[in-house]
Structures are given as structure tokens and as C-alpha cells.
Design a binder for this molecule. Structure first.
Ligand SMILES: [Zn+2]
Ligand SMILES: [Zn+2]
Length: 333
């Protein structure tokens, strides 16, 4: 059983520090790994998160939250523990949380990836005794091409049909900005954005992330047909009233789930681009190895498969960590 960090009904709890990490219920003190909605929830009296994630957190949880922004690597004394945030390479401001108590070090990974992403700091390996890793894509079939390779495919798909609007659906926080940034390698054309995408892209721009120029679709006159244009929208826009103004669009979805057989057709998209902000199978194994953790708890997704692999082939004490509210949630994939 976990000791320094335990699972309570409110979330992952550290008793010597008296704080929760990514709690799913209201608590006194919440440390937030990143601003996706399955990790950052309302109701904490005091939040700690990276300073660079502050813009997105305040937009999502409310401008008035009590939030102390910290820089990567800065040490905080909370109760009897030392706590620091280290880059997770997942989205803007995402962090792993390192907790040190006496001679013991635990790291909670949050969501992470190892692939290059021009919109956020790269993943930092943090050595620890116990590592709590995610396993969203913890099956050997999941292996990602680089973001640049996938962006090249998106660019070719967009350019291949100049007679229709090209509607690309992807999560509004993280994925959309990664696409807009990777596309700068191929073009400097403006892209049209759904309001939800535009708002988050503005926050990325404020902290200096370079992306293609974006124009809100709502700013365009009714006469504009978007022929040959690329439009980026969240999945909730697909088959919505918003989509009605685009005549005969070609549609695509960019997500790690597009690697799953049948997922694209089930969701009704013409094309699927495999682009994930989570670690693929080789990256999960590599990361566990690099942390040199002797004990690993696996949460989010394929917890059984990954923990069995770590036990049987790497002789690591590994086991699933059951948390509440698991599953596929908007904003996180
Ligand atoms: Zn997540
Ligand atoms: Zn996430």
C-alpha cells in the first residue's frame, strides 16, 4: 500500500504535507499537475500550480481562485515535506510533482509525453523511489510518429482539397496549439478557429508560443465560404449547430485515439490523424526505467497491462492504483 501518498475519496493525499494532488473533490490545499479538466477541478481553498499554467487555470476554474504560481524546480516547504514541480511535456505548464519526506522521494507524473512539442517545456526525468505513472496508452500497439510528421500529413490533407472547407477537430487546450505550432514549419497562412480554440490559443500566444495566425470563425462575414481554409474546432463542435455554416466540409480528428481501429468511423470523421499528448508504450517503459523507481503505481488507462509488464520483465514492484473518475474525458486526449 502507498504510504507517503495515499488514495482518499477526495484524491491522492500526502499526509505529512497535508495536501492533495489533482483532487476531484473540494479540499483545503490542491497541487495541480495541469489544467485539463480531469486534473484541475474547482473547490480548493488554495491551489499550487506552475506559474505558466496560471492563465488557463484561471480561465477554467475562475479568475478569483487562490493560486500560488511556482516555477519549475522551485522548492516549497509544505508541512513536513519538500515539494517541487518538474516539466511533464504534456501541455503548457504541465508538471510532474516531486514530494520529498525524510529520505523518501515520490513523483506523481500527471499526464506526460516524451515527444518533442514546440508549445511546452520538454519532459524532465526526475529520479525517485516511487513513481506514480499514467498509462492512458499503455499497450505495445501505441507508438507515435513525431508531431512534425503528423502535422505534415494534416498540411497535405488541407492542401489536397481547395474546393471545400477543411475542418480539423481536436481538443481545444494543448492539441490545437500543438497543431498550430507544428504547422508553422509548412506554411504561414492564417487558420480559422472556433471560439473555444481561439480563447486558449490567445493564452498560449501571451506566453510567447509561436503559432500560425488565427482568426475566429465568428469574426467572418456570412458571405465567407471557408473554401480551401483550415478551421480548427473542439470535438463538441462536430455535428453541432456551429458546423452548419460550412458547406460540404472535409472533416478530420487529431487524437491518440485515432490509432484505435474503428475509432474514426465510429465518431464519423473522414480522416484520423494520430497525435497524442500522452506517452506511447516505449516512452512509458523508458520513463519508468529512467526514474530508477523501485516501486511504481500505475493509474489512468491500461493500468493492469503496464504494471504486469513492469513486474514480469523489469522486476519492478508495480501495481495499479485505483482512483475515482477514470475514463475518457473531454479535454485530455
Ligand atoms: Zn489526464
Ligand atoms: Zn492532460
Amino acid at each position: 500500500m502507498p504510504t507517503l501518498i495515499t488514495v482518499r475519496s477526495e484524491g491522492l493525499y500526502c499526509e505529512p504535507g497535508n495536501f492533495y494532488i489533482d483532487p476531484w473533490r473540494p479540499v483545503e490545499t490542491a497541487l495541480i499537475t495541469h489544467a485539463h479538466s480531469d486534473h484541475a477541478r474547482t473547490g480548493a481553498q488554495q491551489y499550487y500550480a506552475t506559474a505558466v499554467s496560471e492563465g488557463v487555470l484561471r480561465r477554467r476554474l475562475g479568475a478569483e481562485i487562490n493560486l500560488q504560481g511556482v516555477t519549475y524546480g522551485e522548492k516549497l516547504k509544505l508541512g513536513d515535506t519538500w515539494v517541487s514541480f518538474h516539466s511533464a511535456g504534456h501541455v503548457l505548464g504541465s508538471a510532474q510533482i516531486r514530494v520529498e519526506h525524510k529520505d523518501e522521494v515520490w513523483v506523481v507524473s500527471g499526464d506526460y509525453k516524451r515527444d518533442a512539442d514546440p508549445t511546452c517545456e520538454p519532459f524532465e526525468v526526475v529520479e525517485c523511489d516511487t513513481f506514480i505513472t499514467e498509462a492512458t496508452f499503455g499497450l505495445p500497439v501505441y507508438r507515435w510518429a513525431s508531431g512534425e510528421t503528423t502535422a505534415a500529413e494534416i498540411y497535405r490533407w488541407w492542401q489536397a482539397d481547395s474546393t471545400r472547407p477543411s475542418l480539423l477537430f481536436c481538443y481545444a487546450f494543448g492539441k490545437a496549439q500543438r497543431v498550430l505550432s507544428e504547422l508553422t514549419k509548412f506554411t504561414d497562412q492564417a487558420v480559422y478557429a472556433h471560439g473555444a480554440v481561439q480563447a486558449l490559443t490567445d493564452i498560449y500566444r501571451e506566453v510567447g508560443v509561436e503559432m500560425l495566425p488565427t482568426i475566429p470563425t465568428a469574426d467572418m462575414p456570412r458571405s465567407h465560404k471557408f473554401t480551401g481554409d483550415l478551421v480548427i474546432a473542439p470535438p463538441s463542435g462536430h455535428r453541432s449547430a456551429w458546423m452548419k455554416r460550412f458547406k460540404r466540409p472535409q472533416t478530420a480528428f487529431a487524437s491518440g485515439w485515432m490509432a484505435v481501429r474503428g475509432a474514426r468511423r465510429r465518431r464519423g470523421y473522414e480522416r484520423g490523424f494520430v497525435l497524442s499528448d500522452h506517452a506511447d508504450w516505449p516512452s512509458l517503459i523508458q520513463t519508468v526505467q529512467e526514474t530508477q523507481a523501485k516501486t511504481v503505481y500505475v493509474t489512468h488507462g491500461q493500468t493492469d497491462v503496464l504494471s504486469r509488464y513492469l513486474r514480469e520483465t523489469m522486476e519492478i514492484e508495480a501495481m495499479p492504483l485505483k482512483t475515482l473518475f477514470e475514463g475518457e474525458l473531454e479535454g485530455d486526449i
